[in-house]
Design a protein around this ligand. Sequence first.
Ligand SMILES: Nc1ncnc2c1ncn2[C@@H]1O[C@H](COP(=O)(O)OP(=O)(O)OP(=O)(O)O)[C@@H](O)[C@H]1O
Ligand SMILES: [Mg+2]
Length: 228
Amino acid sequence: MSEPIIIVDNVHKSYLMGKEAVPALRGVSLEIQRGEFVCLMGPSGSGKTTLLNVVGGLDEPSRGHLIVDGQNLVSLNENELARLRLEKMGFIFQNYNLLANFTALENVEAPMVLANVPRKERQERAHKLLDRVGLGDRTHHYPSELSGGQQQRVAIARALANNPPILIGDEMTGDLDSETGFAIMRLIKELNEEGMTIVFVTHDPRMAEFAGRTVELQDGKLLNGAAS
Ligand SMILES: Nc1ncnc2c1ncn2[C@@H]1O[C@H](COP(=O)(O)OP(=O)(O)OP(=O)(O)O)[C@@H](O)[C@H]1O
Ligand SMILES: [Mg+2]
């Protein structure tokens, strides 16, 4: 079998609060194979967002190793990490995190600007991606002129901008009504069927059912599901 696309090896993460270290992850090991669809669940404060953040290179582990698509995250400097995030991972958040003063099209173009994609090419691709998520007729709308579900679709199109192999979602349906949430999950499932590796956090067992595997965190440790 080929090498897992994500390897989390005995990762610890503590946050310093004044003089006290608050443990968020306490020795997490997890392997995710290329093309898997993995759901992370667990109570509030169990370390789900922290785990996504260290996998995504947004936060540094206090201890342990992380390999993403063959690259050892701990050995990378800030610039190399930024490049890895841009090329390897798309991020989707609960509150969409769109740029308010940018249109849908410009939001989708943004990661391509960072990746130095020429203007014409990135506009064509942004149009294609917005078509793909069903927003071909909303390209010039600003986030405030879109519904929550539409904003999340723009965020998905943006996450796909540089065609990353991995999609990471943190409570991406948390602010949506269940019907809209299901529509978003069906779209994510389609992307998985096309070969993308998906790792997402949810509190909603109905959304978890879309995943091929569910991993449970409690108090910064995995309860089950660490092996695929
Ligand atoms: N920046 C930070 N500074 C200090 N402590 C933090 C920080 N981020 C997270 N923590 C602590 O780490 C622990 C895990 O937090 P995390 O955000 O990963 O939980 P979560 O499982 O995502 O919870 P939720 O379901 O509420 O989003 C919590 O105890 C939290 O208080
Ligand atoms: Mg969280």
